[in-house]
Write a protein that binds this ligand. Structure first.
Ligand SMILES: [Zn+2]
Length: 138
């Protein structure tokens, strides 16, 4: 757990959102609060000292939009004609790409399984956790 002090940053253990510790005024007092990138409070306290993650809609929307765009753009079969590559270059590239894509796909499948194990089923959140996982692997 990262120390809660002004300007501190941490990744939420529950959902992977990057949080910043900021100062807020609450009932006339200054308090420290873990906030989302859009400055909204990340932890939403419910009963019995338990809390839920508050993931800003905007962040989910952005992830969903980029997934939608990616889906929509795959309508026409891409063409390989006219590329200035030799057969050998293409064969080497093909192998490299196959390996790299396999790693990404394998990571996605494992992340998705892990998320489902923890009852995380929202595609946008799974996408976010996948991206965070990839970031920590490079
Ligand atoms: Zn969280």
């Amino acid at each position: 757990m990262v120390e809660k002090k002004l300007g501190a940053m941490m990744t939420c253990q529950n959902c992977g959102t990057l949080l910043t510790c900021n100062q807020i005024e609450y009932m006339g007092e200054t308090k420290l609060q873990w906030q989302n990138p859009d400055k909204s409070a990340h932890y939403k306290f419910i009963t019995d000292g338990k809390f839920e993650c508050n993931i800003p809609d905007e962040l989910e929307d952005t992830i969903q939009k980029s997934l939608d765009v990616a889906e929509r753009t795959v309508t026409k079969e891409p063409s390989l004609t006219g590329l200035a590559l030799t057969d050998e270059e293409m064969s080497i590239l093909s192998r490299v790409i196959d390996e790299a894509a396999s790693r990404v796909i394998y990571t996605y499948i494992k992340v998705r399984q892990k998320c489902h194990m923890h009852n995380i089923t929202e595609p946008a959140v799974i996408g976010m956790i996948f991206n965070k996982t990839r970031e920590t692997m490079t």
